[in-house]
Design a binder for this molecule. Structure first.
Ligand code: 9Z3
Length: 304
């Protein structure tokens, strides 16, 4: 048994997994019938529970901004999107409202609350887009919290999309833990501080890109992200991932500059994509440019 098979054998499927699979199947079928491309966008960070009845867990920094923004741009390009995201992470469309909704409201006739004219003008195109996407049933929301929930859903989504290759792509922007605690080492109940200092040994998560590319979705257009904090390692690591897993594209980014620049790495070349000063001033998001480029490359992939 390979390491990844052992991982799935040791970790039960998340609750309602069968329902999620049915939803994915119906969603894919609908959009294949309607001749649409489909993107699976993964987004947000995974948790690694320290207890079975989980009070504490290991987490990471990702809020899901890239995945949520990219989903909107894929939808703008006509794709249907499966948005596989961490529960409570940033969501497409809603991200434009969350922090300012109370500031945007004012009292109207009869004491009813309404959006101020300025906010209304800002929100209208987003609301219109959202309503259109909803009416067309082009966005499927699926959530995960823990690493194992994520991996179960990722495998099922990939297998489902493989049926629709080459018109389906994977855009793996979620920040996935490289470490986990084996099931038999996780205590049932809350770890007690009265027992003194606690030592945890984290095991390495099997590299799921390997079965993903070679077994679950061999004909899909697969885009993974590589995150580093040390600039000197980025290209080398991104190229290494590509050579090892043989997928289509790695988008490298550095933690502190990820909102301004990324590097597209393929087997043949690497190219920097950086927001220009005027784009920053116009508040253009780098995800708009990333998704444009990914869609162009996917279009060529479909042709050949
Ligand atoms: C990324 O590199 C994403 O771009 C970010 C987005 C997580 C940096 P935010 O959510 O950040 O917008 O704040 N995602 C992939 C990270 C990852 O776990 N990659 C694995 C790796 O680097 C391989 S698939 O080994």
């Amino acid at each position: 048994m390979d390491d990844w098979e052992k991982y799935f054998a040791e970790h039960p499927a998340p609750a309602h997994h069968a329902v999620a699979c049915e939803e994915m199947k119906a969603f894919c079928q609908k959009h294949v019938n309607e001749k649409r491309n489909i993107a699976l966008v993964t987004s947000g960070g995974t948790t690694v529970p320290l207890e079975r009845n989980t009070v504490r867990f290991v987490d990471n920094f990702s809020a899901g901004t890239r995945g949520a923004a990219s989903t909107e741009y894929f939808l703008n390009h006509g794709y249907a999107v499966i948005f596989l995201h961490r529960d409570e992470s940033i969501r497409p469309f809603f991200r434009h409202l969350n922090s300012r909704v109370l500031d945007a409201l004012q009292e109207g006739p009869g004491g009813l609350l309404q959006l101020s004219p300025a906010h209304s003008a800002q929100i209208r195109p987003i609301w219109q887009n959202y309503q259109m996407v909803r009416a067309e049933g082009r966005l499927l929301w699926l959530t995960f919290t823990s690493l194992s929930d994520y991996l179960w859903l990722l495998r099922s989504a990939t297998q489902c999309l493989q049926q629709h290759a080459p018109k389906a792509l994977l855009y793996l922007a979620a920040a996935v833990s490289d470490f986990y605690i084996p099931q038999d080492k996780i205590p049932e109940h809350k770890i007690q501080s009265s027992s003194g200092p606690h030592t945890v040994t984290l095991q390495i998560v099997p590299k799921m890109l390997s079965p993903l590319v070679s077994i679950w979705g061999p004909e899909l257009f697969v885009v993974s992200f590589k995150l580093e904090t040390d600039e000197k390692k980025l290209i080398e690591k991104a190229t290494g991932a590509l050579q090892k897993y043989k997928h289509d594209l790695v988008i490298g980014n550095l933690l502190h500059t990820r909102r301004e620049e990324v590097t597209f790495v393929t087997e043949k070349s690497s190219s920097l994509l950086r927001l220009m000063e005027h784009q920053k001033a116009e508040k253009i998001e780098i995800e708009k440019l990333i998704v444009e480029e990914v869609c162009n490359r996917h279009r060529k992939y479909i042709k050949y």
